[in-house]
Write a protein that binds this ligand. Sequence first.
Ligand SMILES: [Zn+2]
Length: 323
Amino acid sequence: MRLPRTARWAALISLLFLILTGLAAWQAPEIAAWRWYLQEGKPTLTSAKLMLLPPLRWLDDYYVVADLGKNTFAIGEPRYGQCNFSYLIIGSTRALLFDTGPGVRNIAPIVRQLTSLPVEALPSHLHFDHTGNLARFADVALPDLPALRGQVHDGRFAFGLYQYLGFVEGFKRPQFHVSEWIAPGSKIDLGDRNLTIESLPGHTPDSVVLLDEAANRLFAGDFIYPSEIYAFLPGADLKTYAASARRLTKLVDAQTLIYGAHGCDRLPTVDVPTLSQADVVALTRALDLADTGAWAAGTGWYPRRIPVNERMELLAKYPWMRP
Ligand SMILES: [Zn+2]
């Protein structure tokens, strides 16, 4: 038996549609990144009038800083669309800069205004908006993870395209020299002050957080911050993220101050992005929902938007998607 010509065409078109839909679902994280590129293509900067909440103050026309006490400073970039916050943690012999911003402006002179001690830069993860100024520091540390070690060629670290993601805002992958590999779980000695570095994969496979036990503070990078939490980009993994969130809940207590790497969720008011253990618990719940029942729990097609609490929303991929 032969199908009529129109039926054959209909079957062919349906098959093509199925193949394309399957391909789009398989490549969704990459497609999301390219859609971002088509929308942005360049860093968005705002000239809107901003209101800083104390202790935040302007250091120049771009950078803001907050003295958090205990020799710790938050350095913010509220004019930049993603409103990054980096943290300068100072000991008696040296200082650590956790994240460096997108590199729209050089952060090194700002750091020099705040300390004269030697400074080592350590990114919370390798997205472009945290690593843009790494090349401006002589001392750069990375978490000692086998995958990252394997990315060093001729003494220089080579970013993966989707690991860096800078193309979405027109940033070129910088090259830098890794001066120190810090084992997750180990202590970073800054002189009379220790920080513990913990590997908490989820947002990316190489994400780390810093625990300042003496001050009961945690520097969370992109693991958690007020506003939209990204768990849909290439490298993100819901199951791993949820497991890490459970671990993070136990690393802190109800009094711990958790500092995130993005702020500006209450524009035009700008404050230091600060969260608590309860926010981590709420995020864990949303991650579990995303991992088990994303269709019912969220709204939107891709990424799936899942409410966390009044300050956060989870932007998730689907549980069956590869990291
Ligand atoms: Zn990130």
